[in-house]
Design a protein around this ligand. Sequence first.
Ligand code: ZN
Ligand code: ZN
Length: 383
Amino acid sequence: MWDDAVTGYDFGSSHPMDPVRLSLTMGLVRAYGLDRAVEVRAAPAAGDSTLRLVHHQEYVDAVRRVSLDPRAADGSYGLGTMDDPAFAGMHEASALIAGLSVGAAEAVWDGEVAHAVNFAGGLHHAMPGSASGFCIYNDAALAVARLLELGAERVAYIDVDVHHGDGVQTAFWEDPRVLTISLHEHPRTLFPQTGWPEETGGGAGAGSAVNVALPAGTGDEGWLRAFHSVVPELLADFRPEALVTQHGADTHFDDPLAHLAVSLDAQRAVQASCHELAHEYVDGGRWVALGGGGYAVVDVVPRSWTHLVGIAGHAPVEPESVVPEAWKSEVYARTRQLGPGRMTDGRTPSWQSWEDGYDPADRLDQSILATRKAVFPLRGLLA
Ligand SMILES: [Zn+2]
Ligand SMILES: [Zn+2]
């Protein structure tokens, strides 16, 4: 899913979410010819009736007001804050990104395609009634909500952004049809200070929220171990009719806003695992993959999401591949930076399986066990 206008989602030059990360990603996708290997399509911006699947109309109205007159933003509804400064055209750019994710959901639900990617999406912090954490409309929650509206009875959401997927969790807190799984840096050390293992859903949705709170400093082996110790078992049991995943690239060791130490190679491995899990456990392999955070906008984000497009497009880019010169020239022209040389960080990701035993003294294993103990019994699974 792509429309050049997504780069209009721009909080200004002093904000870390620089839209150049989206244009450089699309540039790298094209440099590898992936835009010819897959179908690139746009979708209309989400209208009010779609936005209302997750958001309150009075919030949408407030976004529209500050979009027309950014100086009117005074912090109410989270608009006009440091994280979410108002800008002209904010409603249009945000609704377009939401529309691309909703369009992706419709295309996989109808069976037009098995998989769809919107790397401009994954704006997982937006709440029903307020902006939060660089996110205005929650396209991830809207994609899930649209799948439900189209008749899906079970939708799984996996969020591997370094930050907790709090907005999506909140939207479906009491909804047993949606299983949300978020792996993120521990709330003690990172925004938004939620995503504790004990957050497991409420009311009819008890047991439908899963949170793995990773110790700061977690690297490839720990991150992959956590993913594989929680996600496959839950999906095998839940058997979703559609899968939505969020691939924020801010888990990377070069990311300036967080404290995990994950490589591009491990990010690619998790993308590939999500693809395999979609084929193994999801009806028709229905998979919507989204972007998310990522503030190493030249060295990490474009490579990570180009791998995602390649994997979802059944045309994976080899990690060893040398980055095309034409793209490096584009990077230099846009940013005066040299850009990365290869599609790898030179790591070979591996991990040890949970079934092979765990170390009670290890902080990562304590985190995994806390999650399993908090939520697996609620789903009838052994912790
Ligand atoms: Zn993030
Ligand atoms: Zn596939």
